[in-house]
Design a protein around this ligand. Structure first.
Ligand SMILES: Nc1ncnc2c1ncn2[C@@H]1O[C@H](COP(=O)(O)OS(=O)(=O)O)[C@@H](OP(=O)(O)O)[C@H]1O
Length: 875
């Protein structure tokens, strides 16, 4: 029976409609799917036993580094441009492009391919081992893979040539072992390809959270099996941290940078807010709102620090710690972007090293994380930081050039001292509006800013009773002690056995020898000081070619903490006892070292954090177990930290006597009292109480007066002269309200003040020794690496080799490094480099030398910076 013609017409037109509708729906669905990919199978069906086979390319002609692009894309996909929090510029022509780029799909990759230089001798590529709910999307192209519902090209391996062609079913652990062992498998010239069968697993984050270590004794695992973040770059700002982070983020596939921004700051969250760091995230707020929220400075005190939740903060049980650990992870990282594999991730917050609260949380929650401190010659760093600050006037009103001031009102078109102070008080809240309204962009000069901090440094040094370094041969050694010290030194060297090593288990097991030698600078006379130190030469397991890790080995671009302890000038213990190594380490060595635990002075085991690893851990069942002695040390370290934190909270008035004399207090337990006094003075800006505020400097400089250069001739001058000089300045000081603000009396509690000096200052952040000391004393050298930008900037490869060795990852190959560098995205200062008079440089160098020396002692090497013993000025 035939249909009427009209019905056919209707039907076909309906069909057409239906077909169109279906197509439209499918298109919509596709676009939705690509925007919001479904969760990976592993999330929905966690199972460690299911497997999926993913072809791994053997091709050498794949695209540019996918992990790089992914990382950039991921970090930018939130519309929260925090990867470069205070973007100081992007080096290289690829940077901007990358920052704009979203996830790379085939087409985009193809485009990039055309721009990609010939791969030349690029090694074969290792595949990304992720998968999606539709892995078949990439089936036709074995050089690509699927992740998050998208097909990706395989990335240039960062030194991971695949294993020979084979099809293996790798249990996760062994796959990890292979990757984790890094260098052995890596090398630079591997070839071949593989079809690896990988287990479908729940997201690694879940595993990571489950792996939360209740104690450092669980840290024996390879880097990929440790709980994230496995690496913290704790500082310092303007010392190449972005470059290092950038390199490591492209260490594919072992590293996945999924921090919400390069500097999440969560471990010192309140300090992060106080710095108005736009990377800080306020928990439970949409990320896009975070910046605005942070601008409301009044809210800062009211906002709950995610890491200090009342119920958890006091809960020191492992459950409580675990809860806070998870809070940290979810606040600082984009857990949802965690790849379906084991990976290393990084928190690169450049000012953690100055924050004891960060140290406290690292100690408590991240006992397995490794730490890197990037350093740079402090004066260059100060200049770089100044340039950084002046790029964002609205964030740093305290740097604004002051005009003449009358009753707190600016009369010269620039902001007056009072206004600058008020703006500093309010920072970018009301201050930012005012700044925008008045369109003030003139800054206090670099010279003036440095003079302010220099004056403070001198004053604090004098207050603390520290001499300026005068001796070429010793460090802060009183002249009359030298001869006696030399004799003691010789005697000690000849009679005493090598000290026990406080190295942590993993490293301690690899100690090859322990040398003892006096501390000297290259131009120093032999051992006239009476202090000495131990250098522990280590080889770390699992590296391709075991190499001596000491700082003496090759080049000065990187310093691994090699000495068993920082034995600085702090010899005199509070209780009057003496040690050649200073308090704090003395006991640790005695109780921790392999000598005490294993009976072998150079042998393994007995690390500071308790034993682990197969060798020398003292356990009989093969399980890592902290020794009683190392538990004691843990307790001791915790106690030291607590003491420090307690001191941090004390009011400066309680610490300083009426006349500026320091009261007696028992703070020498962890440090030379003079240095701790110095540091507290700098932090708390004691002289601010005496009227030495930013405003003075602003005003003086604006009036063209010579900047205050307190004369500090003589070894130890009491502070009175300088204070008197500064008292005199009070007359041209800021208004009462600003003074009150600066003294923290307004509102009944202290508020952040000053930006020229102190932790946000230009020079203090470059006094590394003071900050690092506490970290080393608390967690030990074995987890810390110091990277010196001045030495590696022209040769990243050797530095990266050391870093990857330290992390237990395979090394970068040169071509990968070149590609990363070509992609750019390193942060370089913008605008002209401000000039600094020779006189100012000389004055600053005189102050810095003391602190540089201290730092060189810590790392066991003279880094050759200007303002160091043999290079006094800019050479
Ligand atoms: N490879 C290499 N060679 C030479 N110099 C380098 C390199 N990588 C980073 N830099 C310099 O480091 C400065 C930026 O440091 P950071 O990335 O740590 O800055 S930030 O704290 O994250 O803002 C910034 O210094 P300035 O240019 O003096 O400001 C960079 O130029």
């Amino acid at each position: 029976m035939g249909k009427p013609a009209w019905l056919w017409r209707t039907t076909s037109s309906r069909r057409r409609l239906v077909v169109c509708f279906v197509i439209a729906c499918m298109a919509l669905l596709c676009s939705l799917l690509s925007k919001y990919p479904p969760p990976p199978l592993g999330v929905l069906f966690p199972s460690a036993s299911t497997s999926i086979s993913i072809p791994i390319s053997t091709s050498t002609s794949t695209s540019t580094s996918t992990s790089l692009i992914e990382n950039f894309a991921r970090l930018n996909s939130s519309h929260h441009d925090n990867w470069y929090p205070d973007d100081g510029g992007v080096r290289g022509d690829g940077g901007d492009e990358l920052r704009q780029q979203t996830f790379v799909d085939d087409e985009a990759t193809g485009d990039r391919d055309r721009d990609t230089p010939p791969r030349g001798d690029l090694p074969p590529l290792q595949g990304f081992l992720g998968f999606s709910s539709s892995p078949s999307a990439c089936d036709e192209d074995d050089s690509s893979f699927a992740i998050d519902g998208r097909c990706r090209r395989l990335a240039a391996g960062a030194g991971h040539p695949p294993s020979p062609t084979r099809t293996t079913s790798l249990p996760h652990a062994s796959a990890t072992e292979e990757r984790g062992s890094g260098g052995q498998r890596g090398g630079e010239d591997g070839e071949g390809g593989a079809h690896e069968t990988l287990p479908l697993e729940p997201p690694d984050w879940r595993q990571a959270a489950r792996r939360f270590p209740s104690s450092a004794a669980n840290c024996a695992a390879g880097i990929l099996d440790r709980p994230p973040p496995q690496l913290l770059i704790i500082g310092s700002q303007k010392a190449g941290t972005t470059s290092l982070y950038r390199y490591l983020c492209d260490h594919y596939p072992d590293v996945a940078c999924i921090a919400r921004n390069k500097e999440p700051g969560t471990l010192a969250w309140r300090a992060c807010l106080q710095r108005r760091h736009n990377g800080c995230l306020i928990p439970e707020q949409p990320i896009d709102d975070a910046d605005d929220q942070i601008d409301q400075i009044d809210q800062i005190d009211a906002i709950q620090d995610p890491m200090d939740q009342i119920e958890d903060a006091e809960d020191r049980t492992s459950k409580g710690k675990e809860r806070r650990y998870k809070t940290y992870l979810s606040t600082a990282f984009r857990m949802e972007q965690a790849p379906q594999r084991k990976f290393v991730t990084i928190d690169a917050t450049t000012w953690y090293y100055m924050e004891p609260s960060a140290l406290k949380l690292v100690e408590e929650l991240l006992p397995c994380s490794l730490l890197i401190l990037c350093v740079r010659e402090p004066l260059s760093k100060a200049i770089s930081w100044y340039r950084h600050l002046t790029q964002r006037p609205e964030k740093w009103p305290f740097l604004l050039q002051a005009g003449e001031e009358e009753n707190g009102v600016s009369t010269s078109g620039s902001l007056g001292a009072s206004e600058a102070g008020e703006l500093e008080w309010e920072r970018s809240g009301g201050g930012r509006d005012l700044l925008q309204e008045s369109n003030k962009t003139e800054f206090i000069s670099l010279e003036a800013a440095l003079a302010a901090e220099l004056a403070l440094m001198r004053m604090c040094r004098n207050l603390a009773g520290l001499p300026r370094v005068q001796s070429d041969t010793g460090f802060l050694i009183d002249d009359d002690e030298d001869a006696e010290g030399e004799a003691e030194e010789k005697e000690e060297l000849s009679s005493s056995p090598p000290p026990p090593s406080p190295l942590a288990p993993a490293a301690a097991a690899d100690v090859t020898h322990v040398d003892r030698h006096p501390i000297t600078s290259p131009d120093a006379q032999p051992s006239s000081g009476r202090r000495s130190r131990w250098s522990v030469h280590t080889q770390t397991r699992g590296r391709p070619e075991p190499k001596d890790q000491t700082s003496q080995v090759d080049g000065d671009w990187l310093e691994r903490g090699t000495q068993a302890g920082f034995d600085g000038p702090q010899s005199e213990l509070d209780d009057g006892s003496e040690s050649s190594d200073g308090p704090g380490y003395d006991d640790s060595r005695a109780v921790d070292g392999p000598g005490s635990d294993t009976g072998h002075p150079d042998g393994p085991g007995g690390g500071s954090f308790g034993a682990s690893g197969p060798e020398g851990d003292g356990s009989t069942d093969g399980q890592p177990r902290p020794s009683r002695l190392s538990r004691d040390t843990d307790a001791r370290r915790r106690k030291l930290l607590q003491v420090h934190l307690k001191q941090e909270k004390e009011e400066e008035i309680a610490e300083l006597g009426e006349d500026g004399e320091e009261k007696e207090e028992g703070d020498a337990e962890y440090n030379d009292p003079r240095f701790s006094k110095f540091l507290r003075c700098m932090h708390r800006r004691y002289p601010l109480k005496q009227g030495f505020v930013d405003g003075h400097i602003n005003q003086r400089s604006a009036m063209g007066e010579p900047l205050p250069m307190p004369d500090s001739e003589g070894k130890v001058s009491r502070p009175s002269r300088e204070l008197t000089a500064l008292d005199g300045m009070k007359r041209i000081g800021p208004t009462r309200s600003v003074e009150r603000s600066l003294q923290g009396r307004e509102g009944g509690h202290r508020k952040p003040v000053g930006g020229l000096v102190g932790r946000d200052g230009l020079l203090l952040p470059g006094l590394y020794a003071h900050f690092l000391d506490l970290w080393i004393r608390t967690i030990g050298w074995e987890r810390v690496m110091v990277v010196n930008l001045d030495a590696w900037k022209d040769h990243a490869k050797p530095m990266l080799d050391k870093v990857t060795d330290f992390l237990g990852l395979s090394r970068f190959n040169r071509t990968a490094i070149e590609m990363i560098e070509k992609e750019g995205a390193f942060k370089v200062g913008q605008g002209p480099v401000p000039e600094l008079s020779e006189r100012m440089q000389r004055e600053i160098c005189k102050e810095l030398e003391l602190h540089n020396r201290l730092f060189f002692k810590m790392v066991g090497k003279d880094l050759g910076w200007r303002c160091s013993p043999h290079q006094t000025l800019g050479n």
